[in-house]
Write a protein that binds this ligand. Structure first.
Ligand code: CU
Length: 232
């Protein structure tokens, strides 16, 4: 009898939970830097000029655009319970060495899934990782080796370098769940389809470090989670 009387309320709630699409909102925001960032320093190419010197190289460690927006900030929530895996924008996780740069500079990849390390340059590179939670490796990728697999099992922020080209610098961010985003050149980001609830949200930038705040994601629609790094 109780079931019959409450069914009108229960049925929509249960079907929404079963579908898994309702009760999820988006986190949108813009990350800014309160200080004045110097123009990125130019990098002198000192080796393999024919390949590495084709494009300009500059320091990518702090890129602040118009309106103080910070590029390449990793934004993620903590501890979602739904078990969904991160999907890279290109579908499968890759890291390219192209023009003697790591592309992308900040590479978000799912934990436990194979990453294809690509050598588009056709010259010797050397992937050297500096993890906190994963096993470090240091592997040469000769010019004939177009692709090389690597798997990062645990969530982490891994610095990557090339021992052949000292200026090459990048990061592999190993995502333990689906809800990660990277800010664009204007500092904007969007994390879609986050299950409703209150979370700690982390902002990580390689020079400015990690900062956190609380965010409450609504059952539908979006919440704005802007952040401003204090001047250094
Ligand atoms: Cu290299």
């Amino acid at each position: 009898m109780i079931t019959i009387r409450t069914s009108k309320v229960l049925i929509p709630v249960l079907s929404a939970l079963t579908l898994g699409t309702a009760f999820a909102g988006d986190i949108v925001g813009k990350v800014k830097y309160a200080g004045t960032a110097p123009a990125p320093a130019k990098i002198q190419v000192t080796k393999d000029q024919a390949v590495c010197g084709k494009a300009e190289h500059s320091d990518e460690s702090l890129l602040v655009g118009a309106d103080k927006g910070v590029k390449n900030v990793v934004v993620n929530i903590n501890d979602p319970k739904d078990g969904k895996k991160y999907t890279p924008p290109a579908g499968k996780p890759t890291l390219d060495q192209n023009g003697c740069k790591f592309v992308p500079h900040i590479d978000i990849v799912p934990a436990g899934q194979e990453v294809t390390i690509i050598n588009s340059d056709g010259i010797l590179h050397n992937i050297h990782t500096f993890p906190k939670n994963n096993t470090p490796f240091n592997k040469a990728q000769p010019k004939f080796k177009k692709e090389m697999p690597a798997t990062f099992e645990k969530p982490d922020i891994v610095q990557i370098k090339c021992d052949v080209h000292s200026w090459m610098a990048g990061w592999i961010v190993v995502a333990g769940h689906a809800y990660y985003a990277l800010t664009d050149a204007s500092g904007n980001f969007k994390i879609s389809g986050v299950p409703a609830g209150t979370y700690t949200i982390d902002y990580w930038q390689e020079k400015l470090g990690k900062q956190s705040k609380q965010v409450t994601v609504p059952a539908s629609g979006s919440v704005t989670a802007d952040f401003e790094y204090p001047a250094k």
